[in-house]
Write a protein that binds this ligand. Structure first.
Ligand SMILES: C[S@@+](CC[C@H](N)C(=O)[O-])C[C@H]1O[C@@H](n2cnc3c(N)ncnc32)[C@H](O)[C@@H]1O
Length: 260
């Protein structure tokens, strides 16, 4: 991936704290957790930091069950432990056997593939359920889809599913491509259409997510899906209706019909 990413690399002499403060003035604790990290290496796109605070902030200091796909050197698990606090149930999964050495440091680490539904189910069972999923794994289209299909049904109502580094949706080596069908943003469109299934006759395209997507947020390379019961939409009129206005509208409508 390096050649594609080189042009985005921060200059070596960048004052990272000043840069983040200038561009993201509302950034909270994530600023210091990232800038002052002296633990295992962590590499993050700068614009992800405020998004983590926005979407994960509600669970800080709570016994949130957080599952990260992709442990690498354990840098992010260390940050999540500091961010969420001691009550959080943190689990990370990785396909690399070497990551097993990180088990029990900042969270539990299990070894397996993100495209193995049985493995994912066993991890969530061990966690006692899951409130938040962060997919920072292979970033391959097929893997992202497999994890979403397996984990979204297991996510607690009120939970959050975040997928990052989705610029790979445009890159063939990751199974994506600007006009390619597997581009994850085509799935986003399918999820949006399913969310609005009440209003059209099209087939449900992602049955694993059906009736539980109540929000979908797209940012540069990040998609966040809010899970909850999507109730059948209903609307009401309340307050005093102006009958003259309604009569005028009816009259205008019949005039238009007469003109045709
Ligand atoms: C971007 S790194 C994770 C970085 C880590 N979250 C951090 O910020 O410090 C991606 C990780 O995903 C792992 N990975 C790749 N394919 C995977 C798969 N199929 N299942 C689970 N993990 C996978 C890689 O071994 C690698 O450690």
């Amino acid at each position: 991936m390096s050649h594609k990413l080189d042009k985005f690399r921060a200059p070596a002499d960048l004052d990272l704290r000043a840069e983040l403060q200038a561009k993201y003035p509302h950034l909270g604790d994530m600023l210091e957790l990232f800038v002052a990290n002296e633990g295992p290496a962590i590499n993050k796109w700068h614009h992800y930091l405020p998004l983590y605070e926005r979407y994960f902030g509600q669970w800080r200091g709570k016994p949130v069950r957080f599952l990260e796909i992709g442990v690498a050197q354990g840098g992010s698990l260390a940050v999540w432990r500091k961010f969420f606090g001691p009550q959080a149930v943190l689990f990370g999964i990785d396909i690399l056997e070497d990551c097993a050495r990180l088990n029990g440091i900042d969270g539990q680490v299990r070894i397996g593939s993100q495209d193995d539904p049985a493995f994912l189910r066993s991890v969530v069972a061990e966690m006692g359920g899951v409130d938040v999923v962060l997919d920072d794994g292979s970033h391959m289209m097929a893997h992202i889809e497999a994890s979403l299909d397996a984990l979204f049904p297991l996510l607690e109502a009120g939970g959050t599913y975040m997928i990052e580094d989705l610029h790979t949706s445009y890159w063939r080596r990751w199974g994506g491509g600007l006009k390619g069908k597997p581009n994850f943003f085509n799935s986003v469109r399918a999820i949006i259409d399913d969310m609005h299934h009440w209003y059209h006759d099209g087939e449900i395209q992602r049955p694993a997510l059906q009736d539980f997507v109540v929000g979908l947020h797209v940012h540069d390379s990040i998609v966040v899906i809010d899970k909850d019961v999507a109730h059948r939409p209903m609307n009401s009129s309340v307050g005093i209706r102006d009958s003259r206005q309604a009569a005028a509208r009816r009259q205008a409508k019949s005039n238009r019909a007469g003109e045709r």
